[in-house]
Design a binder for this molecule. Structure first.
Ligand code: AMP
Length: 267
């Protein structure tokens, strides 16, 4: 990967992924394509960001299909390192971003963002991109990476791209592959709940509690849904708001059957 990078004098855009690619990933690739001389995509299911009871072992993978999709998008390089290559014997460093990792996903998934920040820091050092592309789908992740890049002086720009959704509102996710047909029918309830909060806000409501309750009510109607959290927070600090304002991040995590899904809207 380093040899490839050294041969490329122009700008490089990097899209880090865990593979099993969908239109959300490809939207990042297209954004990278439009703004850089070369585009690199990494595919690495990062064990360090999965908890002991999470889905690392069954995370969906299809490298052949991923490579065909990326080839169709004109991607110049695909980096698919082995786990032992990323974390060789004796590996002992962890990148911990404080202040924006304690709440939301960080509170429910201890160690998750240390795993994310560490692997992304390594990818930045190996690929040396000029720009790196992340999805708003993982809003807290985008905040964490933006913070890390500023704090550690990585010489690159972080670009956050909008959420790509199915026609019924469900945000695209590799984990949607876990949903059985009944669960798939139930899953758009996340976006319906977010939309109700957004509409209330557009109608003048500012109480964060009222917005969250309205979203909760929508979720409670769906018998397959178990709510983990609904949050109204500052989009940069991720501190919970009492009063929502323009730009507030409304985010939620909901279990549909056995599958944990996250989604968000910016007011
Ligand atoms: P993942 O493979 O799930 O780690 O995702 C790789 C990148 O794609 C992350 O920056 C995600 O935020 C982004 N991504 C995943 N799903 C979507 C989506 N539906 N829309 C936009 N970006 C997405």
């Amino acid at each position: 990967m380093r040899a490839w990078r050294r041969r490329e004098p122009g700008s490089v855009g990097l899209v880090p992924t865990m593979g099993f690619l969908h239109e959300g990933h490809l939207s990042l690739v297209r954004a990278a394509r439009a703004a850089n001389h070369r585009v690199a995509v990494s595919i690495f299911v990062n064990p360090a960001q999965f908890g002991p009871n999470e889905d690392l072992g069954r995370y969906p993978r299809d490298l052949e299909r991923d490579l065909a999709l990326l080839s169709g998008e004109g991607v110049d390089a695909v980096f698919v390192p082995a786990v032992e290559e990323v974390y060789p014997r004796g590996f002992g460093t962890e990148v911990m971003v404080k202040g924006v990792t304690e709440g939301l996903e960080g509170a429910r998934r201890p160690g998750h963002f240390a795993g994310v920040a560490t692997v992304v820091a390594k990818l930045f050092n190996v690929v040396e991109p000029d720009r790196a592309y992340f999805g708003q789908k993982d809003a807290q992740q985008a905040v964490v990476i933006t913070r890390m890049v500023a704090d550690l002086d990585f010489p690159l720009g972080v670009i956050v791209c909008p959420i790509v959704r199915e026609a019924d509102g469900l945000a695209l996710s590799s984990r949607n592959a876990y949903l059985n047909p009944e669960e798939r029918r139930a899953a758009p309830v996340l976006y319906r709940a977010l939309s109700v909060a957004r509409e209330l806000f557009a109608g003048g409501e500012r109480g964060a509690g009222t917005l969250k309750n309205a979203a909760m009510k929508v979720l409670e109607v769906e018998p397959l849904a178990t709510v983990d959290y609904v949050s109204v927070a500052d989009p940069e600090t991720l501190e919970e708001h009492d009063a929502a304002r323009e730009g507030s991040l409304v985010s939620l995590a909901v279990r549909i059957g056995g599958t944990r899904l996250i989604d968000n809207v910016v007011l």
